[in-house]
Every structure is written in structure tokens, then in C-alpha cells.
Ligand binder design. Structure first.
Ligand code: BES
Ligand code: MN
Ligand code: MN
Length: 462
């Protein structure tokens, strides 16, 4: 029988070609102008799952974009792995910062990817990582190596909050029963430092609107005499952090899980170079909450960040005007035990309470989700760890990530199973940014490692 290593060698060009074709379809879930492309992507995924050996592949309609579901049940007495991924991508803008068009994939070498990386929107998040699972499945079915049952659930609305997937999961608990959920939609420390993501942060995303006078005004005739919504909004936002960069919303930290000194010491063992970090971002200093390291700030601590701010005149030249309205979009990343709906409420109450007289404030919640932590003594974690040992020759390091996949906590709540996050991207792969890419080596390494997870999970489940 053929090994996964030789199968990859024989099929490498096809594996890359198929991913490149998938990346050419602009499946931008946030922008309704791309509706046809998002739907087309679902069809392509369906066909790829059929070709990979799934029985019963279906496109499940939702109120939004469909969920592609496929399965292969070989024996009801064997364990079942549920693979989750998403086929939608983030909008590619700002377009002028891309070195090549976002939906015309090219392979180029970089310092961290000497074997080349595929540059395209969705290359790493999540088409490339999701497709590793399809190709690993293809290998297992083609070579009679599938040791257990498998279910695939690939959605098209992850980047816009997975609202319809949540409904789908609640309505299809029976269909989705599984022993473990496997996801590749996160990262790892470095090609020679494999890691398994053990935590995700929660999220509360809100939009705020500050309204002053009923119309835009001449800034000379009215300036200084009425509240300027942009001045007010920026002042309100600035007050959300104190001098130590703690968040000032009353009750915000109330439920935050505090790690013990021992846990923090364990975390600090993960290799990290502050110098390299600063250099990679062209900054002369890091910035953040007093009393915590960079790795703690972006994983075990909650944050509040303005993601966009607008209002007034932003065109060419100068226009002397006081705008009637100012806006901002704000994200709060949350940690275990913080409830996103409660935090959204705390934000709203606080933000409204700090508005000065002369303006009105409107807070509109967008999507959100709970954080997630997975234990490292589960069968799933052990199987993943052994799989990495097999293909990387090293034991992976458990690491909490700062990103969010809100649906993961809902999976645990509704399906009662743990999620294993086997990510193969690098933080520097520029997901959500211009020039997103995914290393060819990482892509193939993922395809190589996944079948071992199946093998060890099945063996350890006995
Ligand atoms: N795959 C990312 C999340 C991620 C990336 C987690 C890297 C850990 C490491 C996912 O597609 C994503 O972008 N999630 C959003 C939240 C969502 C509700 C839009 C995020 O984290 O901003
Ligand atoms: Mn993703
Ligand atoms: Mn994403």
C-alpha cells in the first residue's frame, strides 16, 4: 500500500492546482455582490468531497449561504470525526496593497516559506487549510486507510459570524453526532516548532454612532459652540483604557479567568523573540496592558480595539465642517468565563453613560461568541500530539490563540464533544490582510499529518 508521503509526492502538483482553482473564486461572504461566487464555491466543495470518497454529500440550504455536508460511515461501532472548515473569505481590500491580485493565486518564495507560498485571499484562512482535509480524505479512501467514520461540515458564513450554522447545528444534533471535532483554521508557532491551539478568544463586536447637531455645520460659524461628534467620539474611545491600558468598563474583568503563576510560567516556555516580533512589524516597541507579556496580551487577556472610525470630510483637500455624526466599529476579544452578551451589555451601558450632554449615542451590537479552551489530556489532544510527533519529529506545544472561531463553543454545548485545533498557518501569513499566503510546505505537511490523527484517534479510542 502507498504511504501518505509517496502519495503526496505523486500528487503534489494536482493538490496545488486544485487549491489554486478554488482560490480563484471570490467567495466573499460579507459582500452580497459576490453571492454567485459564494454559491459556486459550495458546489466546488461538494464535488471535491464526492471525489475524495465521501458518500452522501449534500448542500444544506440555510437562510444565508449553504453548508456543505458530506460523510463516510464505514462502521457504526468505530469512532466518528467531524471535520469543520469554512469556504468563505474576508473581503480583500485595500486592493492597492496587494502585490498580485487577490483572486489570481501565485506561488512565490518568502523568507519563512523557502519552498514557496500561495498568495491569494483565503489561501490560509480557510480554503487552503480546509482543503488539506479533503486531500487527506482522498488519500485515506483511495488507499483503504480510512480507520473510522468521518463527517464534513464546511460552511460559508464563518467570516460573518456563523449565525445560520448555529441554527443548523441546533437543528441537526443527531446527524452531526461525533466523537471529536477536527478543525484546521488556526496557526502554529513555526515550521520547526509545531503547536496545537488549545484556546480561542471570544468576541463582542459593536458599532457606535454619535450624533450632535442635526446637520453638518460650518466649522468657523459653529466650531467651539456645539459638541463636535468626532471630537466627542474620540474622547469617549480614549477613555475606555486607563494609563496602564486596562479597560475601564465597569465589570469588564469581573469574570476573567486568572491563570496561576505556574500556568503563566508554562506559557512563557513557548519560544518567542520580542526582537523578531518588533522587527517583523516595523515597530520600535510593543504596547499593551501593564503587567502582561506580549503572548499573554494576545491570548489570555481580553482586549478592546477600534477596528474602523469615520465621519466628516475625508476627501481631497480641506473642507471646513463639523459633521453631524461620527461612527466607530469596536471589537472586544474575550477570554474564558466572560460571556459575550453580558460584555456587550456592559459596553452599551457604559458607553451611553459617558456621553456628554449635546450628543446622543447609539450602540448596535453585531455578532459575537464565547471563547474556548480545550484540555490537553483528552483522547483527541493525545492523538493530535502523536500525529505531529510522527510527521514533525517533535512534540507539539499547546498554545492559546488570540483569534476567535465562535462556533467552537457552540459545538461543545450542542454536540458535547471537544474540538481539536490543528492549525498549519503561520501568524505572518497575513490572514485578513493584503498578500495573504499559505506555505506550500505547510499545506502538504497538513495533508501528511491529518491521516495520522485519524489513525491514532481510532487506536486511542479503543
Ligand atoms: N480562522 C480565523 C480565526 C483564527 C485565526 C483563530 C488564526 C486563531 C488563529 C477565523 O476565520 C476568523 O477570522 N475569525 C474571526 C471571528 C469571526 C466571528 C469573524 C476573528 O477572529 O476575527
Ligand atoms: Mn478562518
Ligand atoms: Mn478569518
Amino acid at each position: 500500500m502507498q504511504s501518505i508521503q509517496s502519495y503526496i509526492k505523486d500528487n503534489k502538483d494536482r493538490f496545488l492546482g486544485e487549491l489554486i482553482d478554488l482560490l480563484k473564486i471570490p467567495s466573499i461572504s460579507a459582500d452580497s455582490a459576490y453571492k454567485g461566487d459564494v454559491l459556486k464555491t459550495a458546489e466546488v466543495i461538494k464535488t471535491s468531497l464526492e471525489n475524495a470518497g465521501c458518500d452522501h454529500v449534500e448542500i444544506c440550504k440555510t437562510e444565508g449561504y449553504p453548508i456543505v455536508y458530506g460523510e463516510k460511515i464505514i462502521n457504526k461501532n468505530l469512532p466518528t470525526i467531524l471535520v469543520y472548515g469554512h469556504y468563505d473569505v474576508q473581503p480583500p481590500d485595500p486592493l492597492d496593497l496587494w502585490n498580485s491580485p487577490p483572486f489570481e493565486p501565485v506561488i512565490q518564495k518568502t523568507e519563512l516559506h523557502p519552498e514557496g507560498a500561495i498568495f491569494a485571499r483565503g489561501a490560509c484562512d480557510d480554503k487552503g487549510q480546509m482543503y488539506m482535509h479533503v486531500k487527506a480524505m482522498e488519500f485515506m479512501t483511495a488507499n483503504n486507510e480510512l480507520p473510522c467514520n468521518v463527517k464534513f461540515m464546511i460552511e460559508g458564513e464563518e467570516e460573518v459570524g456563523s449565525v445560520n450554522l448555529a441554527k443548523f447545528v441546533k437543528a441537526n444534533r443527531e446527524k452531526l453526532t461525533n466523537d471529536v471535532i477536527l478543525i484546521s483554521d488556526t496557526g502554529m508557532i513555526a515550521p520547526d516548532v509545531p503547536s496545537i491551539t488549545t484556546g480561542l478568544r471570544g468576541l463582542s463586536y459593536v458599532e457606535v454612532e454619535v450624533t450632535g447637531p442635526n446637520r453638518d455645520l460650518h466649522s468657523g460659524l459653529y466650531g467651539g459652540a456645539v459638541a463636535n461628534p468626532i471630537n466627542v467620539l474620540t474622547k469617549m474611545i480614549a477613555s475606555l483604557h486607563d494609563d496602564n491600558n486596562h479597560i475601564t468598563i465597569p465589570g469588564f474583568y469581573y469574570k476573567v479567568e486568572n491563570l496561576s503563576d505556574a500556568e503563566r510560567a508554562e506559557m512563557a516556555k513557548a519560544p518567542f523573540s520580542l526582537e523578531a516580533y518588533k522587527k517583523s512589524l516595523d515597530i520600535d516597541a510593543v504596547y499593551g496592558e501593564e503587567g502582561y507579556t506580549t503572548n499573554e496580551r494576545n491570548s489570555i487577556r481580553p482586549t478592546l480595539d477600534v477596528n474602523g472610525i469615520w465621519g466628516g470630510y475625508t476627501g481631497e483637500g480641506a473642507k471646513t465642517v463639523i459633521a453631524s455624526k461620527a461612527y466607530a466599529k469596536i471589537s472586544m476579544r474575550l477570554v474564558p468565563n466572560q460571556d459575550w452578551e453580558e460584555i456587550t451589555e456592559l459596553f452599551k451601558t457604559h458607553f451611553e453613560s459617558i456621553a456628554p450632554k449635546g450628543v446622543t449615542v447609539k450602540v448596535t451590537p453585531h455578532h459575537g461568541g464565547q471563547g474556548y479552551v480545550t484540555p490537553i489530556d483528552s483522547v483527541g489532544y493525545k492523538a493530535a500530539s502523536k500525529a505531529y510527533e510522527q510527521t514533525f519529529g517533535k512534540t507539539p506545544i499547546p498554545q492559546r490563540s488570540g483569534g476567535s472561531i465562535p462556533i467552537v463553543s457552540l459545538f461543545e454545548q450542542e454536540l458535547k464533544s471537544k474540538t481539536i485545533l490543528m492549525g498549519f498557518g503561520l501568524d505572518s501569513d497575513a490572514i485578513h490582510s493584503p498578500n495573504e499566503h499559505f506555505g506550500v510546505w505547510n499545506y502538504l505537511k497538513g495533508i501528511e499529518t491529518i491521516p495520522y490523527f485519524y489513525k491514532y484517534f481510532t487506536e486511542l479510542s479503543k
